[in-house]
Design a binder for this molecule. Sequence first.
Ligand code: GLP
Length: 259
Amino acid sequence: MEIIILDTEEELARLAADAIVRRVQRSPDLVLGLATGSTPLPLYRDLAQRHAAGVNFSSVRGFALDEYVGLPPEHTQSYAHYIAENVTGPLGLRPELVHLPDGNADDLEEAARRYEHAIRASGGVDVQILGIGANGHIGFNEPGSSLLSRTRIKTLTSKTRHDNARFFTSLDDVPSHCLTQGLGTILDARTAFLFAFGGHKAEAVARAVEGPVSASCPASVLQLHQHAVFFVDRAAAAQLRRSDYYQETWAAKPAWQLL
Ligand code: GLP
């Protein structure tokens, strides 16, 4: 794991965007794993600026992490809507190359299997972008999720429904179920970039990075990943016991060793 602690979201987003653009220039049909939520927005804005400046993302393929069950794609809080508004349009991706789990399928288990198949058929995710829930969830893999889980239906915790209620008219409008890539699916990505900003994420970050690998903190499964990078601001890093070491490592990183 590599832990990068910097002052601002924008600096962290720039580093990640540099790494993604470098990969796209090498492999124009790169496969990005797309997270939703407020945390990845600085990264998407940075990538959108690069697109406006001439970087071509039109062959890049995308797979969203998750989707609510029962929200029509045109609902403003569906992740289909989020991805269209914040990623596909601004980065100039081709909509037919951007996929989400079908939370409106009659047969949700079959939709989950189809999604896993589509990811595998693409050759697998190259860079998985992740946020982290205050309870340590990634995607919608709530605490207790199997560390080797695949895409499936999950029940949201009331904490997550409360956290996300700010985007809906009322708590009752927040769906209770979702389809989410599993922790095993996420582990298959070649590189994982997790972002966390703000003091309300500090405990989850510390448990993910320095706690035991445990289904009680789903993000801790990234300790088993071959190339996971955490991009955290100082507030989100506040509970890390080894933050001095992470910062020394970053300061001493050889120039040839890219993210
Ligand atoms: C949401 C998403 C996650 C996201 C997390 C944190 O419920 N399913 O993918 O990482 O919660 O959201 P935010 O970045 O808005 O804090």
